[in-house]
Design a binder for this molecule. Structure first.
Ligand SMILES: *[C@@H]1O[C@H](CO)[C@@H](O)[C@H](O)[C@H]1NC(C)=O
Ligand SMILES: *[C@@H]1O[C@H](CO)[C@@H](O)[C@H](O)[C@H]1NC(C)=O
Ligand SMILES: *[C@@H]1O[C@H](CO)[C@@H](O)[C@H](O)[C@H]1NC(C)=O
Ligand SMILES: *[C@@H]1O[C@H](CO)[C@@H](O)[C@H](O)[C@H]1NC(C)=O
Ligand SMILES: *[C@@H]1O[C@H](CO)[C@@H](O)[C@H](O)[C@H]1NC(C)=O
Length: 297
């Protein structure tokens, strides 16, 4: 009897603390929506979502792998390549801490055809487990196309945490219009929150710094994210006109570690099922430039 009462209480607690998915991706992953300024904190194997007022509003359960390398680990997991990603990326060792990862870009023309495709363009950071598999992806993304959370045949912002393969958390500002204008200059920042990170957790804030009313999201992990990537993700694209014309350029890419700007050269990877290319126009961690070149036909 007591056991059942405890169980019922636990289930009740679980329900009151859970957000309902606002939508699902095409592959069935849930998308949860939280207020701007929410924080996602690792507790054991869970990621707990706290609203800006400190209330626990959601728990992603058992999403943190058990085989994390600690700060003192000597060998570096080599990232498993994701064949469906088109990106330029840099990989760091387990003792490196990314201080900031910024870029600017201009919102490109919209694709000339819309057939419910979704396009995400983002600078993002990803923590890896001991096998080199990412278990998170924090990004301030430029979105084209409608998810059932927002959007349509136009550009919007989507400030998100992906918890692969368990779903997405996206933040919104109530009443804010997420639409972005073609030709608008955007600053994307991912910044290490050093002041907050005195609890053995590495906290990062994602935002579009100079977009009025754009939300922010802060996420912590027990290990520093080892991947910084400039990435294109697409779903439902079938012809050249489903992409913007020309290229999308990540300009003024600045990547700093807590030890200062590293000497890096960007690695690239393309999704072999598309004709999209990635070019490193200016290499390095300071004022680099990376282009995503869309097919012309
Ligand atoms: C805290 O914020 C959450 C999410 O916005 C809201 O549902 C809740 O009512 C707020 N709680 C208090 C005490 O203000
Ligand atoms: C690029 O890939 C090579 C081979 O996997 C690796 O040795 C190098 O560290 C990578 N560079 C960056 C910046 O991640
Ligand atoms: C945002 O920053 C970019 C790059 O510095 C600048 O070109 C643009 O004018 C800024 N936009 C606003 C609205 O301040
Ligand atoms: C990235 O942007 C943040 C916020 O504006 C700034 O504090 C930081 O210095 C920038 N980092 C670099 C390497 O420019
Ligand atoms: C890189 O980060 C370090 C540590 O916070 C800081 O002292 C330095 O000014 C930063 N450099 C740049 C170029 O932002």
């Amino acid at each position: 009897m007591l056991f059942f009462r405890a169980l019922a209480a636990a289930l009740l607690a679980g329900t009151t603390l859970a957000l309902s998915p606002a939508a699902h991706t095409a592959s069935g992953q849930p998308i949860f929506v939280a207020p701007s300024g929410s924080r996602v904190k690792p507790v054991g194997r869970n990621m707990e979502v706290f609203a800006p007022n400190g209330t626990l509003i959601h728990t992603f359960e058992n999403v943190i792998p058990t085989n994390l390398k600690t700060k003192r680990a000597s060998s570096q997991p080599i990232r498993r390549q994701d064949l469906s990603a088109t990106e330029a990326y840099a990989e760091f060792g387990p003792t490196d801490v990314i201080q900031s990862f910024n870029t600017t870009f201009v919102v490109p023309p919209a694709p000339t055809t819309f057939e419910s495709q979704i396009i995400f363009l983002s600078a993002n950071v990803q923590p890896l487990d001991a096998n080199g598999v990412p278990f998170g992806n924090l990004r301030a993304a430029l979105q084209y196309g409608g998810s059932s959370v927002q959007g349509g045949p136009f550009w919007t912002y989507a400030i998100q945490l992906e918890v692969p393969p368990f779903g997405f958390l996206q933040v919104t500002n109530i009443g804010a219009n997420p639409d972005l204008d073609v030709g608008q200059h955007i600053i994307s920042t991912l910044v290490y929150d050093a002041e907050f990170s005195d609890d053995g957790i590495f906290w990062y804030i994602a935002s579009f710094d100079n977009v009025t009313d754009a939300p922010t999201l802060e996420v912590g992990w027990q290990v520093p994210p080892q991947i910084a990537a400039l990435e294109l993700e697409v779903e439902g694209v079938s012809q050249a006109s489903d992409y913007p014309a020309g290229s999308f350029v990540f300009e003024q890419v600045n990547l700093n570690l807590t030890t200062g700007p590293p000497t890096i050269s960007w690695n690239t990877s393309v999704d072999p099922t598309t004709n999209v290319e990635v070019t490193v126009d200016v290499d390095g961690s300071e004022n680099a430039q990376i282009s995503i070149v869309f097919p012309s036909s």
